[in-house]
Design a protein around this ligand. Structure first.
Ligand code: 13P
Length: 257
């Protein structure tokens, strides 16, 4: 049985300007002590415009918080007005990039093949993708959740390298639990994260699947994180709303205390 280090990540979405972002990271760091970072990855994913400030802060204060981005373009440069490439992010010491978040899929029409191209670009730039999947409420009610997630995984991981399986993370985020305050029950979340691992085993073999971390995301809060993290196939959390509050995010990170 492989032991997987938890990965606790905050996805700030389109919140906090660059000054607020710096303050938030300082506050989170204030709440955490050295031991809280041990044996787990702690990641913040601010909007692009705050990456540089946070990079400088983390470097100056030698904080073990890792930097993530929320998206990137699949090409490394070119005439793509408004877009940000993976190599640009890597130059800012970004280590993780979320690709295929449900808001990108739903609001911006991103599909599995595009998500896969982005994940490949992230790896080519030396960073690690957090590939997000998850079903809608209608799909869950129609008993299609497992099939939807299965198809999303196969499409979104096409061409992705698992040479180092610790550098690929899958985030299972049921869309109906995002920003709604409605968390999947720990049992439902566990069931689907176990299903994710079964698909990963089919794609990459059991040993690789056992080493890939699967996060749960969707209304993770200080009050439910412990139960979620207690599930055998849940290896971390991708936190939206609660990551915008330093106290709450610190409590989520320190769920093991
Ligand atoms: P909430 O934690 O606000 O539900 O958001 C989850 C999410 O989408 C993280 O990527």
């Amino acid at each position: 049985m492989t032991t997987r280090a938890p990965i606790m990540a905050g996805n700030w979405k389109m919140h906090k300007d660059h000054l607020e972002a710096t303050q938030l990271v300082q506050k989170v760091a204030y709440h955490l002590n050295e031991g809280d970072y041990e044996g787990q990855d702690v990641v913040v994913c601010p909007p692009f415009v705050s990456l540089r400030n946070i990079q400088v802060l983390l470097d100056a204060e030698r904080l073990p918080i890792q930097l993530g981005a929320q998206d990137c373009h699949q090409e490394s440069s070119g005439a793509f007005t408004g877009e940000i490439s993976a190599p640009m992010l890597a130059r800012l010491d970004v280590d993780w990039v979320i690709v295929g978040h449900s808001e990108r899929r739903q609001v911006f029409g991103e599909h599995d093949a595009l998500v896969a191209a982005k994940a490949v670009a992230v790896q080519a730039a030396g960073m690690a993708p957090i590939v997000a999947v998850g079903e809608t409420l209608e799909q869950r009610q129609a008993d299609q959740a497992a099939a939807v997630v299965d198809a999303q995984l196969r499409g979104s991981l096409d061409g992705v390298s698992v040479e180092d399986p610790t550098r690929l993370v899958v985030a299972y985020e049921p869309i109906w639990a995002i920003g709604t305050g409605e968390t999947a029950s720990a049992e439902d979340a566990q069931d689907m994260c176990a299903h994710v691992r079964t698909v990963l085993a089919d794609l990459f073999g059991q040993d690789v699947a056992d080493a890939i971390r699967v996060q749960y995301g969707g209304s993770v809060k200080p009050g439910n994180v412990r139960e979620l993290m207690g599930q055998p196939d849940i290896d971390g959390a991708l936190v939206g709303g609660a990551s915008l509050n330093a106290d709450d995010f610190a409590l989520i990170v320190t769920h093991r205390r």
